[in-house]
Design a protein around this ligand. Structure first.
Ligand code: SF4
Ligand code: ZN
Ligand code: ZN
Length: 318
């Protein structure tokens, strides 16, 4: 197996590009893919300050590393979710990465700041943990980006994530979600700009990037992930990708290039779904809200102060 560029020994094969790369040219490939995503979708302008949502996993640490390598001033934000050992270990990875590179890591802890954690919120609301978790992360990411005056909030969603979410939204024709599934969401209406610079890289590629860059990341799976539908969608898409390399990329980028505008706010909705309500402000925290309190403050009302529930230890990824 030889590198497509220099003909030296290759360390990775990328069937969807019909290419193999040595370590140096693979790292260059990752830089190029991220630069291209940022440029093609006008995610960031030179000199802008970025806040990276850091979980301690491969994608967010690769993203933080890549943005720095490409010249952006990027701080990290770690949210302590209180998911037992899993959160303890992920926090250690995020802190070590930041300390080793003298980067600034902002931390918010759900338990110490809001008196609840994800497992407790799931038990109190009787919904899947990812629901309270996603809601809390979105709220705290937005708040930290706005409070810190950052130009954009960057998340480590990769091509596998975006293709799986798209697949799920298409299966259920979730038209309102489809209209917002873009690599960049502009700032406005009380939200910061949100960007996904890793959309051109797959999970396997971000993992390889971390290994080649010596980035130590959290490999264990979240013990609350069971029941997360996207894991199943990823398996289906991986099988299709194996049979026909390039499927994920053409599915996702075909949608972004040719279909997402059809689902935008104000566009006629195929399912007759009502246009999203104009948002007011939460009377407690000032965040955009559909009622008196935003969804996060309502969650704090319900789960704050509830007795913590035990959490299973993290599972090794299969
Ligand atoms: Fe949160 Fe679900 Fe991800 Fe676990 S798997 S970190 S609960 S969103
Ligand atoms: Zn090479
Ligand atoms: Zn609120």
């Amino acid at each position: 197996m030889k590198c497509r560029v220099c003909r030296g020994p290759a360390v990775i094969d990328l069937p969807r590009h019909n290419a193999n790369f040595c370590a140096d040219h693979f790292l260059r490939y990752c830089h190029n893919q991220v630069e291209r995503a940022i440029h093609d979708h006008a995610m960031l302008a030179p000199g802008e300050r970025v806040l990276v949502a850091v979980s301690g996993g491969k994608d967010s640490l690769a993203l933080w590393d890549l943005l720095g390598a490409l010249g952006w001033e990027a701080d990290g934000l770690y949210v302590g979710l209180g998911i037992g050992d899993y959160s303890d270990v992920s926090g250690e990875h995020a802190r070590r990465f930041a300390a080793d590179r003298s980067l600034r890591l902002i931390e918010v802890d759900l338990r110490s700041s809001y008196d609840f954690d994800v497992p407790t919120a799931a038990a109190v609301t009787r919904r899947v943990p990812c629901s309270a978790c996603g809601l809390s992360k979105r709220h705290l990411f937005d708040k930290a980006a706005l409070d810190g005056g950052y130009d954009a909030m960057a998340t480590g969603h990769n091509l596998d994530d975006e293709a799986a979410v798209l697949y799920g939204n298409v299966l259920r024709w979730q038209t309102a979600y489809l209209g917002r599934q873009r690599p960049v969401l502009p700032a406005g209406n009380g939200f910061p700009r949100k960007v996904k610079p890793l959309v051109r890289l797959t999970e396997r590629e971000t993992a390889a990037y971390c290994v080649l860059r010596g980035i130590d990341y959290q490999v264990e799976e979240c013990p609350m992930a069971a029941g997360n539908r996207h894991l199943g969608y990823k398996e289906v898409l991986n099988e299709m990708e194996r049979r026909s390399p390039g499927t994920k990329s053409s599915f996702y980028f075909g949608f972004v290039d040719r279909a997402v505008d059809r689902f935008a706010d104000g566009a006629p909705q195929p399912g007759g779904e009502p246009a999203p309500a104009v948002l007011g402000r939460c009377t407690r925290c000032g965040a955009p809200a559909e009622s008196e309190l935003c969804a996060f403050c309502r969650l704090v009302e319900r789960a704050g102060g509830a007795e913590p529930v035990p959490v299973a230890p993290p599972r090794r990824r299969s």
